[in-house]
Design a protein. Structure first.
Ligand SMILES: [Fe+2]
Ligand SMILES: [Fe+2]
Length: 281
């Protein structure tokens, strides 16, 4: 009963958004073990809006530096390669994520708020559970719903049918997306991440953040992003029309070893991020 063949659409790589050239070049530096801070700073410096975006984020209250970070080189030295990678991606997607996403009933700014607060939450959970790369969790949290930008129009057209299907109580929102469109926003997002040459663990996590295939073979990164997303939705952050129509996997919570008191503390910290994110924008 699929009315739009999204599978065919996403098979066409050209139809997916490309990572802007400078961001792509900068990210390639991270895969080159011989690259230096200087190489990275030189590439970033060719794009003044990227420079401005990185410095704005690096100087946000979230990172809490007492003195102003004035140059990209300072930002790289003080924050480190991995955090700069997160800032490059955040700065790159921010404008697009700040636009309204009407297919999911997300007003202007809501997609960005959901994504950036989810990214901070994922990094927080990653640190608590001693995941090896908290910045990877930040990036996965930031980009987990990127597929919504591509499905936006199609979901908007089929919104009533999708909701009707979900209201039967048998499927979640993303399962209904699959039924009507041939793919859900998670799978489409994974295709974008693949096109951007992000690491395969990140691609898998974006593609499975609603644990559609169940909690078997769950990776730690996927569990982290799944729980971060669910907590943000429970707090109504960037809820949109679909936010309450997903399930939270108790297996993911147990897999990470999170108890109720830790979850309560996380919820409080997410509320702090809500204050911070204004500065982080
Ligand atoms: Fe999602
Ligand atoms: Fe989400």
């Amino acid at each position: 009963m699929s009315q739009v063949d999204i599978k065919a659409l996403i098979a066409n790589v050209d139809a997916l958004p490309a990572l802007p050239g400078v961001a792509a070049q900068a990210l390639a530096v991270f895969n080159n073990p011989k690259a230096t801070h200087r190489d990275l700073a030189d590439i970033i410096s060719t794009d003044q809006s990227l420079v401005a975006g990185i410095l704005k984020l690096a100087n946000s209250a979230y990172y809490g530096f007492s003195r102003k970070i004035a140059t990209v080189n300072d930002a790289i030295v003080l924050l480190g390669f991995n955090t700069i990678r997160s800032l490059i991606l955040a700065s790159t997607v921010k404008d697009r994520f700040s636009q309204p996403v009407p297919g999911y009933s997300l007003a202007a700014g809501e997609m960005w708020k959901h994504s950036i607060v989810c990214a901070m939450t994922a990094r927080n959970i990653a640190r608590r559970v001693k995941f090896a790369s908290p910045e990877e969790a930040f990036v996965a949290g930031l980009l987990h719903d990127i597929g919504k930008l591509i499905l936006n129009l199609h979901v908007g057209q089929l919104y009533r049918e999708i909701l009707e299907q979900v209201s039967t109580g048998k499927v979640t929102f993303n399962m209904a997306e699959q039924q009507f469109l041939g793919a859900d926003h998670a799978e489409v997002g994974a295709k974008v991440a693949e096109k951007w040459n992000l690491p395969s663990e990140l691609v898998d996590t974006i593609g499975n953040h609603h644990l559609t295939g169940g909690a078997g073979n769950l990776s730690q990164l996927t569990a982290i992003v799944h729980v971060a997303d669910a907590l943000c939705l429970m707090l109504g952050i960037g809820l949109g029309g679909d936010g309450l129509l997903y399930s939270l996997s108790q297996e993911a919570i147990h897999f990470l070893g999170l108890d109720q008191s830790t979850i309560d503390r996380l919820m409080l910290e997410i509320s702090d991020y809500l204050q911070d994110y204004e500065n982080f924008s």
